[in-house]
Design a protein around this ligand. Structure first.
Ligand code: PMP
Length: 370
């Protein structure tokens, strides 16, 4: 081979090597996400150092606050939307209805925008203006409904259901409508069974002693609880319940209502606490799907939740919402009960920023209840 040929061959080989190196490097280093729904799931797990040091257990938190819509409800909203899409019940311009004052509305509104649907969210009319503005900024139609018992047709959940039915039955309206129904729609717990549970199991290398979390719809505890029990039969599944919720008595003693006096009154369907997103005075289908896996429950007072939130921000730099504070307070109690050396997983559900004008406004002296 002549020296000029060798020179050109060298350049060609070098070019191929550089091309392969660059294309491989680009693929391995960067993932370009296709849309907001691709950012959902695979949240990190964080060791909560202060609680771990105080108890001698390893207290870990699944950081659902890092979902694109700011809570685990992104998983549920995506699961419900994809289920309707697969069944051919949603096309562009159709309307998704839900009755919620919480994170599910935010997740549905976010995903509706990215997929070309409308979101119509019914909220109790005492919902904070911040939340209403957040929903509206995400493009949702927000309808304020007078608070009523869940058995009343005017309750915001029932209102959302009947509005969806009205559109479906209206011959002149070309749109279709679906009712997300996070409380009774069993896609909810199944999504946690298929995603959150396996992620926690993998992130713990299959080694954990307990999972503790609250129940708003029951989807998280049912889905994660069922998955973990199947994989790690000795794992303890524990409910973290705020004051005023009936689920604690239901798990501990098989009695639903908080007190006999409340039975029969309209109040029995409301949970009297500053904590938002968790606590129930009825057993939903999603809670029922996991009830048999729940081993124990802790009741957390508002005072304990407020104090835990302040502790986490001052010791760990974690600014959490009210349900996360309840979860962490229960994780600490469970760690003390189990004794040092155990690994306990809980959930940081959302950020304190969503709770600035209620939960983060009060001090533990302002709290009422037991
Ligand atoms: N935390 C927050 C902030 C929530 O909004 C909810 C649900 N409403 C939960 C926790 C409880 O989760 P689940 O509905 O799966 O029981």
């Amino acid at each position: 081979m002549r020296s000029s040929q060798a020179f050109y061959l060298g350049i060609a080989v070098g070019g191929v090597v550089v091309f392969l190196y660059n294309s491989l490097r680009k693929k391995s280093q960067y993932k370009i996400y296709g849309d907001v729904s691709e950012l959902i799931g695979n949240t990190p797990i964080l060791r909560i150092n202060s609680l771990s040091e105080e108890t001698g257990c390893e207290v870990l938190a699944k950081m659902e606050v890092y979902e694109p819509g700011g809570s685990a409800k992104d998983r549920v909203a995506l699961g419900i939307i994809e289920d309707y899409e697969k069944r051919g019940l949603l096309k562009k311009g159709d309307v998704i209805f839900e009755g919620t004052s919480g994170s599910t509305g935010i997740s549905l509104a976010m995903l509706a925008r990215s997929r070309g649907y409308e979101a119509h969210i019914c909220v109790p009319d005492d919902t904070s203006t911040n939340k209403i503005r957040l929903l509206e900024s995400l493009g949702a139609n927000v309808e304020k409904v007078r608070p009523a018992s869940i058995i009343d047709k005017n309750h915001y959940v029932n209102k959302a259901r009947s509005l969806a039915e009205q559109i479906c039955n209206d011959q002149d309206d070309p749109r279709n409508a679906v009712f997300a129904d996070q409380f009774e729609n069993e896609v909810n717990w199944k999504v946690h069974y298929q995603t959150t549970g396996p992620e926690i199991y993998r992130q713990c290398d299959g080694s954990l002693d307990a999972f503790v979390t609250g129940a708003g719809t029951g989807g998280t505890i049912a889905g994660v609880g069922r998955y973990l029990k199947q994989k790690v039969p000795n794992v303890r599944i524990v409910l973290a319940d705020p004051q005023g919720s009936g689920l604690y008595n239901s798990v501990k003693y098989g009695v639903m209502y908080d007190s006999v006096e409340k039975e029969g009154s309209r109040k029995r369907h409301q949970v009297d606490t500053v904590v938002e997103g968790i606590g129930l005075n009825r057993r939903t289908k999603n809670f029922e799907a996991g009830a048999m896996y729940i081993d124990d429950a802790f009741r957390i007072t508002d005072k304990e939740a407020v104090e835990m939130a302040r502790h986490l921000v001052s010791k760990d730099g974690l600014f959490v919402g009210s349900s996360s504070a309840v979860n962490c307070a229960a994780a600490k109690k469970l760690a003390e009960q189990l004794g040092p050396g155990h690994r306990i997983v809980t959930v940081i559900c959302d950020s304190g920023a969503r709770h600035l004008n209620k939960f983060w406004k009060i001090t533990s002296e302002d709290t009422s209840g037991p």
